[in-house]
Ligand binder design. Structure first.
Ligand code: 6YU
Length: 502
């Protein structure tokens, strides 16, 4: 380990995974750790913004499953960043399987407020199917390739049986609700359509107990607190990396050279790559020299990375119930269990499943967060703020039947067009397996090479085997790769050809 502490370690990306890796390495005594970050800020997809006087989260929103096993919860508690309710044993013990029991309001496209009792049987069936869909993991021969196809086929059969005595209009409404829930799931999973999400691997994603909670003063507080323990100057901002030059053979001097956009070349013993999978997919042909081994390259291409965006909308007065936590918008013609719109340019807004209500009202005023995933969401990003405001206003007027409702202001995220993210988060696309995740996280040079020098390591949310797409997953991958280096040097014998350098 004594020699290891002098190893030059470059981390690409100052999101939570890069910061977590740096933190662990610095704590373990490594002196030469630096982070190269493309943008002018730390945090990556953790990004707190403002809508008027309100704090809003442009990126990550919740701690999913805030309980003892969740490192984000433990850090946030340690730094005093959470409300007292989130810390209670009751909150930590609530196991909701990733679907918090929020109190809903339902509206239909003909301007009616719907009775929740009419919709509940559809919700119940949908959640049951999501749970069943998770059980094919590890078994051979799932009945359908995708979660979307599985849900549609099962709902068709079960509805014919269970809802046979229900009147036609209620049955049709429930099928519209299934369309709406598929759109919700597109947001949760970060995909264009649930038909793109593999059924066989769906169960790989694991939830933790604890009722999801937020950071009352913003998620970026977590970043600031972890960063404050790192040496000053450890991060170089506005320093995008263009290419990582690695070597398939053992080299004594400068095993890796990191080439930056501005032409700077930085020597390193080890590089930890934490760029988002979306960025990696887009720059796959230029980011590594030599190119990634084929098995790794194919896995990067196979794994899914989609878009989920938010549209915050502020009102002078609420048009939803005081206890409402989520608003679902059901299109009455959508009884075909669809989660994609036929003509994106004309009807992209139909993909927005509805809104979550920012609580508590005393803190936020009357602010809703609209959710929209997929290509419709990517198209929304290309429109002006005025066009988005117009579309959202028309939508709300139509669903409430109130032509006077006018938002005070809006703010939307644009993750697909973010140059350094290229989407929102990862999922296991149809055809993917655990092997693809293993390939993605495997260091370079790969297994079977002459060299075991851990030149390039891979962290970031997409590399976590069961908490991908989350902040806690990203933290754990940063720690994992830091530990990989720490144990590499702990087991290091002085005769091995690893050099040290200042
Ligand atoms: C969570 C939540 N949440 C909403 C939205 C988004 C995400 N997530 P980073 O990208 O942070 O860092 C990489 C850095 O690299 C970055 O700074 C770049 O600028 C830099 N970089 C890139 N290229 C570079 C180059 N060439 N050179 C140098 N630097 C470069 N997670 O826990 N709770 O509520 C949400 C949500 C709109 C966009 C989220 C949420 C995801 C997290 O934000 C994300 O995982 C981490 O922040 C990633 O950190 P990182 O370090 O890896 O990358 C079955 C099944 C279902 C599965 N899904 C269920 C879970 C649902 C996920 N939840 C999502 C929901 C919301 C609302």
């Amino acid at each position: 380990m004594a020699e290891g502490v002098n190893a030059n370690i470059v981390i690409i990306g100052c999101g939570i995974s890069g910061i977590s890796a740096a933190h662990r390495l610095v704590k373990a005594g490594f002196h030469h750790v630096r982070i190269l970050e493309a943008t002018a800020r730390s945090g990556g997809r953790i990004k707190t913004g403002r809508l008027g006087d309100n704090i809003v989260e442009i990126g990550a929103n919740w701690i999913h499953g805030p309980s003892e096993e969740n490192p984000v919860f433990c850090l946030a508690r340690q730094y005093g960043l959470l409300d007292p309710e989130a810390l209670t044993p009751e909150n930590q013990a609530m196991d909701v399987g990733g679907h918090p029991p929020w109190f809903p309001n339902f509206f239909s496209s003909s301007g009616r407020k719907l009775s929740a009792e009419d919709i509940y049987p559809a919700q119940e069936m949908f959640v049951e199917l999501l749970n069943e869909g998770s059980e094919f993991q590890g078994q051979q021969g799932e009945p359908w390739a995708s979660v979307g196809e599985f849900i549609r086929s099962e709902v068709q059969q079960r509805a014919a049986e269970k809802w046979k005595d229900v009147d036609a209009s209620t049955r049709s409404l429930r099928l519209c609700a299934i369309s709406n829930m598929l759109k919700v799931e597109c947001c949760v999973t970060g995909t264009h359509s649930m038909d793109e999400v593999g059924l066989g691997a769906f169960g790989l994603y694991k939830t933790l107990p604890g009722l999801d909670c937020t950071f009352p003063r913003g998620y970026e507080g977590l970043i600031k607190n972890i960063m404050s323990a790192l040496p000053r100057g450890l991060v170089t901002y506005n320093q995008p990396v263009r290419c990582v030059h690695w070597s398939n053979t053992e080299k004594r001097e400068n095993p890796v050279v990191v080439e930056c956009e501005d032409g700077a070349r930085i020597d390193a013993d080890h590089v930890i790559v934490t760029v988002p999978l979306g960025y990696l997919k887009k720059h796959l042909s230029t980011m590594f020299h030599p190119p990634l081994p084929l098995h790794k390259l194919h896995s990067v291409q196979r794994l899914g990375f989609g878009t989920n965006n938010k549209i915050f909308v502020e009102f002078d007065v609420p048009w939803w119930d005081a206890d409402c936590e989520v608003i679902y918008l059901l299109w009455e013609a959508e009884d075909g269990m669809v989660d994609q719109v036929p003509d994106i340019h004309r009807s992209w807004i139909k993909k927005l499943f509805g809104f979550t209500v920012l609580k508590p009202t005393e803190r936020f005023g009357h602010v809703l967060c609209g959710w929209i995933a997929g290509h419709e969401s990517e198209y929304m990003e290309t429109l002006s703020e005025l066009e988005v405001t117009h579309a959202v206003t028309q939508l709300i007027r139509r669903f409430t039947g109130n032509p006077a409702i006018t938002p005070r202001r809006i703010l939307r995220s644009q993750w697909f067009h973010d140059l350094w993210t290229c989407g929102s988060y990862s999922h296991l696309r149809r055809g993917c397996s655990q092997q693809d995740q293993d390939n993605l996280m495997e260091p370079l040079p790969p297994k079977g090479s002459q060299s075991h020098s851990l030149q390039v390591l891979f962290a970031g949310e997409a590399t976590h085997p069961c908490y991908y797409s989350t902040v806690h997953g990203a933290v754990l991958t940063g720690w994992r790769e830091a530990e990989r280096l720490i144990s590499h040097y702990s087991s290091f014998s002085p005769s091995e050809p690893i050099k040290s350098k200042l």
